[in-house]
Design a protein around this ligand. Structure first.
Ligand code: DMJ
Length: 590
């Protein structure tokens, strides 16, 4: 468009003669008036004009950009649609109100209910769930007793060399701090409770009550901190009824909510717990799909227990947003990166059930379970994604026909590579098949569970981080590249076998779990205390990575203990839902 004085379309430069004359007259008079003033008056006028300009800039910079404005109205639209489609009565009004708060780009901590209200609420929740809780009486057989001993050995090492720090470095007898929130204590506590370890549980409870503070001036990963710390404490709250855990969870939850200070419903990836600020990850502009979609179980539990729906509303907005924009190019399979500023998926990012995407699918299903199977679109999106997974990613190797889930690099090129992380899907698929999804899901679960077992077929008996599969006849089915051969003692294969055992009763899953446990004992145990990740699962002259991940206590030992139990009714899966970090939370009826 031409911007000129003659352009008849632009009112500012209107060529109407009368107006042009008036404007010229005003301008001439103003010039005359200004030139006849003294220097002092001129300086005074100039200063006033400058000050006015400064104020103008200040005011406009305090406003949101127009892109932000449009996101906020999109978000309002989502909420309104959701209300029409899903929500009922007054819960919908509440959700709209919370969203208004989010639109103000801050979380109003003043709105937290008084603790008296919270206590009342707790009683309701606990009364409901305690009816279903089995008392944790400890191990009932030798295998379970061995796992409890292993847990105690890891606790002992951590206590001696790393107490209060995040993780133990068992070889160098020192520690590592990632979030500086005593990660191993909070992640491992509910396992101690489930194992009936009263002394360890009391030590952890005491530390959390008296030492744990979130006044930490450091960036923490929003997702990791939620699943390990918030999830651990919420689980401890529900398992014990100790409201101190809820109070701490509310404190942490409020701080972590800063992640939602983004212009879209998608949260930022990193949060400063003290300053309550949030940013993109250091390494890039996008948040990971799995990270933004794997906080909802924890936040929903926090909302339901505290009586403050903000946590649930903001975190569920993420799921709703992704449901709304959809992942249609691959029929429900989503790319691994999504941007917190634009709310859009990164074009051409990899599709995988491994790192950066895995638990998106897990939480579609588990949120449906957690909310008493009342939110149909969660079930539908999950079912659709599993159908697409079978179509695009589920393949078998040659010659032995091991079934695995590969990846679509850049959303296009098939890669027969599967992370150990993917083994979790054996658990989700088998649980799905017992909750209305087809028998085929159980078949896939069993086949993937078996492939995960094959991944452990190494000289150490430990599983590698990543496996590659051969799809051409004549070679080995499965191979591990040297850089992928490390083992962090992750839980996913054992987790898958735990669910498979619960749903099929086939004892081979217990045998596979027991074999994996023995490998951990033989090759990862450090005599002075703790267990270490190893460098290469193919080498029996084992080299250590000198780190004991908190999920070894939070998940791996817990799933082993539960898998090897005689009583498979402990923590029944229709009453409890295990978070992605293996922390049991109650199932609600809505
Ligand atoms: C855990 O922190 C969680 O299971 C997460 O979802 C991904 N993987 C690690 C353990 O492997």
């Amino acid at each position: 468009m031409r911007l000129s004085r003659d352009d008849p379309g632009l009112p500012l430069y209107h060529t109407d003669n009368t107006r042009g004359y008036t404007f010229r007259r005003i301008r001439t008079r103003a010039r005359h008036w200004f030139s006849s003033r003294s220097i002092g008056v001129k300086v005074c006028i100039a200063t006033t004009l400058l000050f006015a300009l400064f104020l103008l800039v200040k005011i406009s910079s305090g406003r949101r950009s127009s892109t932000q404005e449009s996101y906020i109205s999109n978000q309002e639209e989502i909420i309104i649609n959701e209300q029409v489609i899903f929500a009922k009565n007054e819960r919908a009004d509440k959700s709209e109100k919370k969203n208004d708060d989010f639109n103000e780009d801050h979380v109003d901590l003043e709105r937290l209910p008084e603790s008296a209200d919270r206590l009342q609420n707790d009683k309701i929740e606990l009364a409901e769930h305690h009816e279903n809780v089995v008392k944790f009486t400890g191990p009932t057989n030798d295998r379970q007793r061995a796992v409890v001993k292993a847990f105690q050995h890891s606790w002992l090492g951590y206590k001696k060399y790393a107490w209060g720090h995040d993780t133990l470095k068992p070889v160098s007898k020192s520690y590592n701090d990632w979030f500086d929130t005593g990660l191993t204590i909070v992640d491992g506590l509910d396992t101690a409770i489930v194992m009936g370890l009263e002394e360890e549980a009391a030590e952890a409870t005491d530390w959390i009550q008296n030492k744990l503070t979130f006044e930490k001036d450091r960036m923490v990963n929003f997702f990791e901190c939620t699943i390990r710390v918030l999830g651990g404490m919420m689980s401890a709250f529900y398992l014990t009824g100790n409201r101190m855990f809820l109070e701490k969870s509310v404190d942490l939850g409020d701080r972590l909510l800063s992640a939602f200070k983004s212009p879209s419903p998608i949260p930022y990836s990193d949060v400063n717990l003290l300053k309550r600020t949030a940013t993109n990850p250091q390494w890039g502009a996008d948040s990971s799909l799995s990270e933004v979609t794997t906080v909802q179980l924890e936040y929903r539990a926090l909302s339901r227990a505290s009586g403050n729906s903000t946590y649930e509303d903001l975190s569920f907005n993420v799921s709703k947003h992704i449901h709304k924009i959809g992942c249609e190019t691959h029929e429900g399979l989503c790319g691994m990166f999504i941007n917190a500023n634009t709310g859009n998926f990164k074009k051409g990012s990899t599709i995988t059930f491994g790192a950066r995407s895995d638990s998106y699918y897990e939480y579609l299903f588990k949120q449906w379970i957690q909310t008493g199977k009342t939110i149909d679109w969660l079930k539908e999106d999950y079912g659709k994604a599993m159908t697409a997974m079978e179509k695009y990613l589920y393949r078998n190797s040659e010659p032995k026909k091991m079934y695995f889930i590969g990846e679509l690099l850049s959303g296009e090129t098939y890669s027969p590579k599967m992370d150990h992380l993917v083994c979790f899907i054996a658990g989700t698929l088998s649980q799905g098949s017992k909750n209305g999804f087809p028998q085929k899901h159980l078949d896939m679960a069993e086949k993937i569970g078996e492939t995960c077992h094959n991944m452990y077929d190494n000289p150490t008996g430990l599983g590698p981080e990543i496996a590659h599969f051969n799809m051409i006849p004549g070679k080995e089915d499965l191979y591990v590249k040297p850089l992928d051969a490390h083992c962090l003692l992750r839980p996913e294969a054992i987790e898958g076998w735990f669910y498979l055992y619960r749903f099929t009763g086939d004892k081979k899953y217990q045998e596979w779990g027991w074999a994996a446990f023995q490998a951990i004992e033989k090759y990862a145990r450090i005599p002075t205390g703790g267990y270490s990740s190893v460098v290469n699962v193919k080498k029996i002259d084992v080299k250590y990575r000198d780190s004991m991940e908190s999920f070894l206590l939070g998940e791996t030992f817990k799933y082993l203990y539960l898998l090897l139990g005689d009583d498979q009714t402990v923590l029944p899966l229709d009453k409890w839902v295990f978070t992605t970090e293996g922390h049991p939370l109650p199932v609600y009826d809505h």
